[in-house]
Design a protein around this ligand. Structure first.
Ligand SMILES: C[S@@+](CC[C@H](N)C(=O)[O-])C[C@H]1O[C@@H](n2cnc3c(N)ncnc32)[C@H](O)[C@@H]1O
Length: 240
């Protein structure tokens, strides 16, 4: 593939993803709860606890692709005195996050396209990304940027879809994801298209071991992952 072609595919994906989140923002939290059988907050809590247990002290945290801000609230629950920032490039998702974090002084959000931003000046002890990396067009360079944006010994936590190893379970999950999820999207968000994108994004996404290898190749000195729901969800924790 020529670089020009790759670039235009990246811009197309970026626009598609951005339009999609702007359209579904108001229904995002509801759909998330329905699609995950109410489990997504527990996964976020587990990821944050795992990440914090790898850190000696945590003063600053950045949540990339923060969306409606759940991870900001989760980090705040376990890291009370931490300064926590969320960034996202969807104004409509951020509007909901702003309402949720209202009046919590140590939490803030700002509009920012992580892929396009110049290297972020501030450095963080903890960086999280929940169901976001898969949606980015330039995943390798984003991981590189995350690495550079961490303080020494800082921790990166990534929660995303995984690849179930058991063949039968994988078939069940893929059926749910490719056939049921778009219907749920149509019923509850009035948007089948957006929730068809979701399973399709999985086809070019890293398997758990691949993401671990990539993180170590980037420079992280330690990385492990935990499978949830037989690998439907994976949490990667990487230490700089
Ligand atoms: C699936 S949502 C995840 C939201 C939240 N982290 C969660 O776990 O519920 C993905 C989010 O990534 C954001 N996003 C996608 N591309 C982005 C980019 N280049 N820069 C910043 N945010 C981006 C979208 O706007 C959307 O809010």
């Amino acid at each position: 593939m020529t670089p020009t072609k790759t670039k235009s595919i990246n811009i197309e994906k970026s626009k598609l993803v951005n339009n999609m989140f702007n359209r579904i923002a108001k229904k995002y939290d509801l759909l998330n709860t329905i699609m995950t059988f109410g489990q997504h907050k527990k996964w976020k809590e587990y990821a944050v606890k795992l990440a914090l247990s790898e850190l000696k002290h945590t003063e600053t945290a950045l949540d990339i692709c923060t969306g409606t801000g759940d991870l900001l609230l989760t980090i705040n629950k376990y890291c009370k005195n931490c300064k926590i920032t969320g960034i996202d490039n969807s104004e409509t998702m951020l509007d909901i996050a702003k309402r949720k974090i209202n009046k919590i002084n140590n939490l803030s959000v700002r509009y920012e396209n992580f892929e396009e931003s110049e290297n972020i000046n501030e450095k963080y002890d903890l960086i999280t990304i929940g169901f976001g990396l898969r949606n980015l067009s330039k995943q390798e360079s984003s991981i590189n940027k995350i690495y550079k944006t961490l303080n020494p010994n800082g921790v990166f936590a990534c929660i995303d879809l995984g690849y179930p190893t058991n063949i039968l379970w994988r078939k069940v999950f893929f059926f749910y994801f490719f056939s049921i999820v778009p219907i749920l999207g149509l019923i509850f968000a009035g948007n089948r298209e957006a929730y068809s994108y979701l399973p399709n994004s999985l086809t070019s996404w890293y398997k758990q071991e691949e993401l671990k290898t990539l993180l170590l190749k980037t420079g992280f000195k330690k990385c492990f992952y935990k499978n949830i729901f037989g690998g439907v969800i994976a949490i990667h924790i990487a230490t700089k």
